[in-house]
Design a protein around this ligand. Structure first.
Ligand code: FMN
Length: 370
């Protein structure tokens, strides 16, 4: 049904326009109490066995919405209503910015992929903090806040920009993510080098501790799939050394591997980050590598090319405590998060594991023991 609708309506529209239209419908539906209660009753995770504890937080299920979809925190309840159990808002930058010129989002339909060069279009950390402060939550949802660098801020002053956002946003975040992996802000990914990342993460940790009293806000870093293996290990070691809470693997890729030849021919040349199905293999690989390195010392969040419950299950077996998705939502529609949670419950039931927590990393541990 959704696929027919997608082909008849969304596919004919500019991808960014289609995004805003769908977004508007979701927000409107979430404002009507009867409707949102009904939709949430049908779509939100209700499998007791999927209850997850991670980052000191209790969640109904492990599957959430990846950053970039709700950049300004305007649709947390709407997305929660659709069954995403945690919503990562952002990326939010220190200052508001328009992002890159349009067109900047491309659908590679036969490849079930997207290319985007949005460039962190967002209202800035002051406006988003104000919105979060005024928010009256309808559903109990975990809210992650993903922060990044304002484009015009020079690389050398990046830490101050992240600190500014942290001071404004940390108190509203169930967890905070330092995004150093978007390919669409010039120089951003250089911050993944440990000599830059160490002072940056230290400054953000200190700012979060300074600005939030009574609890310690979990801090994670989100990395790119294009890092060399040695650099992945270095970030993992640094995260453990600095007492970070977790790593999100991965952001979009600048590689163009795994794309069908004719399908999206014209679009493959578009600059930006590739997400969706072609990213699956590398994201899974990065995640497994991280788990092999850090084990249970960090919470790993698996994201990149997850299309169905089996993909999400494979991430959990590789080492992810939480999983996220974005691109496949565009192609699969509103029942997607529900299908993933339902499929995960079915897989857990027929697996040798009594709990989801036991399944986390089981495959990677098996490989290491072999
Ligand atoms: C249009 C678009 C915008 C995105 N914006 C952000 C962003 O602002 N911050 C971020 O950390 N990741 C962003 N991402 C990356 C996603 O969070 C995710 O890491 C990536 O798309 C891989 O997951 P997927 O294959 O399920 O889409 C964006 C992705 C897309 C498709």
């Amino acid at each position: 049904m959704y696929k027919l609708f997608f082909n008849l309506v969304f596919k004919r529209m500019d991808p960014e326009q289609a995004h805003y239209l769908a977004f508007r419908w979701i927000r409107l539906a979430a404002r009507v109490p009867v409707l949102r209660t009904f939709v949430a009753a049908v779509l939100a995770p209700r499998h007791k066995e999927l209850r997850t504890e991670a980052l000191g937080l209790r969640m109904h299920g492990p599957f959430g919405l990846a950053a970039g979809f709700d950049k300004n925190a305007v649709a947390i309840d709407g997305m929660s209503m659709l069954g995403f159990d945690h919503i990562e808002i952002g990326t939010v930058t220190g200052e508001p910015q328009p992002g890159n010129p349009k067109k900047r989002l491309f659908r590679l339909v036969p490849d079930r992929a997207l290319i985007n060069r949005m460039g962190f279009n967002n209202e800035g950390s002051a406006a988003v903090a104000e919105r979060l402060a005024a928010r009256k939550a309808v559903f109990r949802t975990t809210v992650g806040v993903n922060i990044g660098k304002t484009k015009v801020v020079p690389e050398a002053e990046a830490a101050a920009d992240y600190v500014k956002s942290t001071e404004r946003l940390a108190r509203h975040a169930d967890y905070l993510v330092v995004n150093v992996s978007s390919p669409n802000t010039p120089g951003l990914r250089n911050l993944q080098a440990t000599e830059s990342l160490r002072p940056l993460l230290t400054a953000v940790r200190e700012a979060a501790d300074r600005s939030v009293t009574g609890r310690r806000v979990p801090l994670l870093v989100k990395i790119a799939p294009d890092l060399a293996d040695a650099d992945i290990d270095a970030v993992a070691d640094l995260a453990v050394e600095l007492g970070l809470d977790g790593i999100i693997a991965t952001n979009t890729t600048i590689a163009r591997d795994g794309l069908g030849l004719k399908s999206s021919a014209g679009l493959v040349k578009e600059t930006g980050g590739l997400s969706g199905a072609p990213l699956k293999e590398r994201s899974l690989e990065v995640l497994g590598r991280l788990y092999a390195r850090v084990g249970d010392r960090l919470v790993l969040i698996g994201v990149g090319g997850i299309e169905n419950a089996e993909d999400a299950w494979q991430r959990i077996l590789a080492g992810a405590t939480l999983v996220q998705g974005y691109s496949a939502f565009i192609y699969e529609g509103p029942f997607w998060a529900r299908a993933i949670h339902k499929g995960l419950a079915a897989r857990l039931a027929t697996s040798p594991y009594a709990t989801l927590a036991q399944a986390v990393g089981a495959e990677t541990r098996k490989k290491a023991a072999a």
